[in-house]
Ligand binder design. Structure first.
Ligand SMILES: C[S@@+](CC[C@H](N)C(=O)[O-])C[C@H]1O[C@@H](n2cnc3c(N)ncnc32)[C@H](O)[C@@H]1O
Length: 265
């Protein structure tokens, strides 16, 4: 058993959500590559233990990260897009990648799973490794602009580990940006209850952000943007979401329960 087994297993939660929402709200989010992997999650009962809100939370994260990644690619001609803790995320297929180089970094077992079920695409590389050790940097041209995407991962670690990771990355890259999701203290409690309910008892979450500006200051980074998850989803799906989901989304955005930070390192 690897040290990270509980965290590795969490990759099935966002995959289930991408499949579920692609079926019920394709006008908001559609991921045909995720739909091809339905067999992988069908016996895991995650869908049964999830609410419409928790499914939307996972997918809204991908929706916003896709938008931010696309903006980055549109602004930079040749660049590196590095998905750290990639799991079975299929953003590679959802984004217009243009001249970017894509890297998917995850622990060895997950990369094997990814190879079997997704396969490596053009201008894409899979890298086995611990994202915090930064050995993956040796596999790419560090002089190119780089956008690191960390989705649904930092929560499982402690603030000091994340700050240390940012410090090391700042030393290595000349021109780097980082986008990642975070919750506040309330959000982390809610997320821990949900992950346990899906059957994963060992993946505990610790890291949360109460004040994004203060976090950026601590990390010695420029805060480019901090956005809530749900603005577009509420607009696009207003009449289709359950009342509970809609109210939860509005409260979450108002109170920073779930947010995406965009930092310049
Ligand atoms: C909740 S999943 C998220 C997967 C993907 N980012 C997504 O949004 O679908 C967390 C992922 O982080 C990976 N992970 C956890 N710790 C890691 C580490 N130290 N280095 C690299 N990957 C890690 C896990 O293996 C898992 O694939």
């Amino acid at each position: 058993m690897s040290d990270y087994e509980g965290v590795e297993d969490t990759l099935f939660i966002p995959l289930t959500a991408r499949i579920n929402i692609s079926k019920i709200f394709p006008e908001y989010f559609y991921d045909d590559k995720a739909l091809e992997m339905e067999n992988l999650v069908k016996d895991k009962q995650i869908e049964k233990k999830s609410s419409q809100y928790t499914m939307m939370a996972s997918v809204a994260r991908s929706y916003n990260l896709d938008q931010m990644t696309q903006e980055y690619i549109d602004k930079h001609d040749k660049c590196n897009i590095v998905n750290l803790g990639a799991g079975l995320e299929t953003s590679y297929f959802r984004i217009d990648r243009k001249n970017s180089h894509y890297f998917e970094v995850d622990l060895p077992d997950v990369i094997e799973l990814r190879k079997n079920f997704i396969g490596v695409g053009e201008n894409e590389k899979f890298i086995k490794g611990d994202l915090f050790k930064l050995d993956w940097c040796n596999e790419l041209d560090t002089t190119l602009p780089i956008l690191m995407i960390v989705s649904g991962v930092f929560q499982y670690f402690h603030e000091e580990e994340i700050l240390e990771f940012i410090r090391k990355a700042k030393d290595i890259f000349e021109n780097a940006e980082l986008i990642f999701d975070a919750t506040n203290k309330f959000g982390i409690r809610y997320s821990n209850i949900y992950v346990k309910r899906t059957g994963n008892k060992s993946a505990l979450m610790y890291f949360y952000i109460e004040n994004p500006k203060e976090f950026a200051k601590k990390a010695d980074c420029q805060l480019i943007e901090c956005r809530g998850f749900y603005r577009d989803a509420i607009k696009m799906l207003s009449n289709k979401l359950s009342l509970y989901t809609k109210i939860s989304m509005k409260i979450a955005d108002k109170r920073n329960n779930a947010m995406i930070l965009h930092l310049r390192l």
